[in-house]
Design a protein around this ligand. Sequence first.
Ligand SMILES: Cc1cc2nc3c(=O)[nH]c(=O)nc-3n(C[C@H](O)[C@H](O)[C@H](O)COP(=O)(O)O)c2cc1C
Length: 402
Amino acid sequence: MDHRRVLLAVSGGIAAYKVPELVRALRADGHEVRCVLTRSAAEFVSPLALQTLSGSRVRAELFDAEQEGEIDHIALADWADLVVVAPATAHVLARMAHGLADDLVTTLLLATRAPVLVAPAMNVNMWAHPATRANVESLRGRGVLFVGPASGPLACGWEGEGRMAEPAEIAASVRLALGPASLAGRRVVVTAGGTREPLDTVRALTNRSSGKMGFAVAAEAARRGAEVVLVAGPGGLATPAGVRRLDVETALEMREAVFAELPRADALVMAAAVADFRPAERAEHKIKKEDLPEDAAPTLALVRNPDILAEASRRPGRGVVVGFAAESRDVLAAAQRKLERKGCDLLVANDVSRADAGFDSDSNAVSFVWPGGDVEELPLLSKSEVAARLWDRVEKLLGSGA
Ligand SMILES: Cc1cc2nc3c(=O)[nH]c(=O)nc-3n(C[C@H](O)[C@H](O)[C@H](O)COP(=O)(O)O)c2cc1C
């Protein structure tokens, strides 16, 4: 089984008495487990039991003079491949939904970049309350994963929805959320975002790529256990958990970063929208209209940027190389021509003229275009799902020694 790091956050519901069983199930699956508790949680489950079963020190306090520095709360948030909140009380869901950070558990939940899986447990009326419903919807919208609650007799005497999912079911959701570790031991390089080609000290040529697709590709590879280097153009997206990010601005910088990493990479996925052209010259100071004759505008001379995808595809001994093609008309024919020109193993074609796909959207409608002319058209999917399908294909290519 996979060896992954699960941070288990326990909040103060009666179902906390089942958490020792959950720790055992997670350890039986081969995961490393560390437990953190809210103050109320310690009323329901013994920290000593969790410490013994997890084999790791249990923490409940944000301010812990003995521990802070050794394993400070940010290091703990960064350590996790997945954070599981079980049981998740109505109170902890509310604090998560509102971004509060008033104890160790909620501070970790704000600081972590790992996916979060919650197992709510509470009285049926607390679960049905509009405040809880709104909090759950808001968390789901942010990508928080849920398991349960189940229906049945509740500890409070009521019957209905609110029972924490059974430990075995939570452990199964953990396996799903962590993914199959099918890329463990692999090293991959992913590029994302657009590039910015400066004209002078304040202006630049750029494009509309948000980087969301490339970030999703990097996140999925990390989730599957790969060592991931993400070469990212300018943009404010958060770095996915377990990903080493190299920020670049121009196509030339992106090329340098990619080729520095490529010799050790099993796969390169070029999801970045690299500028084809850059200004021939970069003015040392802001170009001012006062310096030009009345009504005159400067002429912009452009030069070609290197073609990173084609160059990487031609490198001897390279791993699997995947390109992306953003097209707005005759998408498949254009992608087929691009694939032949570049010589990569797979081209992901997307129609950027659609409003529900392409730049800045959370979803994408892509086709996988293969050498020889085969095309797989995928339905409209979330970018995370597109990334998962992409790595399924790349894993096959890696397995076949491409
Ligand atoms: C005996 C008892 C059982 C409780 N069980 C639950 C529960 O199952 N779910 C829940 O949301 N709150 C439950 N509560 C209320 C929480 O403990 C309370 O809201 C607390 O503030 C939660 O703090 P925490 O979310 O920081 O752990 C229970 C309280 C008591 C006294």
